[in-house]
Write a protein that binds this ligand. Sequence first.
Ligand code: BES
Ligand code: MN
Ligand code: MN
Length: 462
Amino acid sequence: MSEINNYITENKDRFLNELLDLLRIPSVSADSSYDADTAKTADEIKKQLEQAGADNVEVCPTAGHPIVYGEKIIDDHLPTVLVYGHYDVQPADPINLWDSPPFEPIIKTTDLHPEGAIFARGSCDDKGQMYMHVKAFEVMMKTDSLACNVKFMIEGEEEVGSENLGTFVKENKEKLKADVIVISDTGIIANDTPSITVGLRGLSYIEVEVTGPNRDLHSGLYGGAVANPINILCEMIAKMKDDKDHIAIPGFYNDVEILSEEDRLELSKAPFDVEEYKKSIDLADIHGEEGYSSMERVSIRPTLDVNGIWGGYTGEGAKTVIASKAYAKISMRLVPHQDSEKITQLFTEYFKNIAPSSVSVKITPHHGGTPYVTPTNFVGYKAAKKAMEDSFGKTPVPVRSGGSIPIVALFEEELGLKSVLMGFGLDSDAIHSPNEHYGVFNYFKGIETIPLFYKYFAEYHK
Ligand code: BES
Ligand code: MN
Ligand code: MN
């Protein structure tokens, strides 16, 4: 493997600069004013895949943002790795909370990244992590060490629900035939504590609208005699959980997977320091469902959170008004075997049920997602484990993540393929937040680990 490491060392600056260039293009999928940039990012990835040596590279149009596909089939007898990643990023706002412009990447050191971290929207989620695969592929091509066939599928709509990727997968099953999917879009515990993600939560995302009077009213003339939709909405939200932080929607927990004490013990082995945790986000105390540890609360237990709430007067000064409408965006993270559509249904029934007759409610479901679990006894996991063992000099621990990558469950359903979630980000890298960053160490550790994964996957697959 020293030839590989030499090649990486010799090309270090270029590998870094190419990523910085990619980060300069604001591929915000949620905001159509960036559509030209999103398309440009896809074209750029196509170019880079071609330069690295991929064949049949194409930018596949969809009803939304395009998908970049490319492949290198070297030998029909070798196993095929399907790489999935996303080139779209979250909106950068609130812009004023960034210490440097989100699309002008800079490298700065931090406590956790003494070798420097790249500050830019998408640096960790997911351009930086996706691009590790493109560079690792180049490395394997140039050092003549590609141990598996490879297919790339890089999409531009992960942050908005991957709806068109689902269609693409269903329509291209033959083209996407492979033996394993590998994804770097998750994290590790720390730079000296590697881990592999073995679980992702599902999602149910709902928007609610509560309507009271048919127009905004003077709060003196009408206040006290009519329902205030903002007050009512808050009361309804308060009824979503009991005082033990259990979700109060009837039937919500019916399908929740209950882990054995043995499995809980296994997962509790991942190091976690509550004091550090509180300190890192400036909290005086933690909060959550009774009977579960913080790690369990963010992994094996479902949640309900209000993501946004608005209505009435929020401008400068005071305005005495009872608004006609109040709104909230509410998401629920789901665990195995909860079904997103069923949960959305249960939420809808409960929300309508608890609404007083003085208001009317409208419920709009947004995207959903199925939870996913990667077994630790399949070859993909074993290959990732050995690869990380080699590159970090430490055995990675399996960790269930609280985040969601909804398309992963669909990959299994439609393609019959399991995904290895071999990510290299840190929870503290501030993905989706201002000052998102990705460690230079992590970027190169990924590029170094991926060829080892291919090597061991080919070996174990036989
Ligand atoms: N890469 C993240 C998900 C993630 C991050 C999983 C870290 C595990 C560890 C992904 O881009 C993401 O943000 N997913 C969204 C869901 C999507 C439907 C918007 C999420 O989890 O909120
Ligand atoms: Mn991501
Ligand atoms: Mn994301």
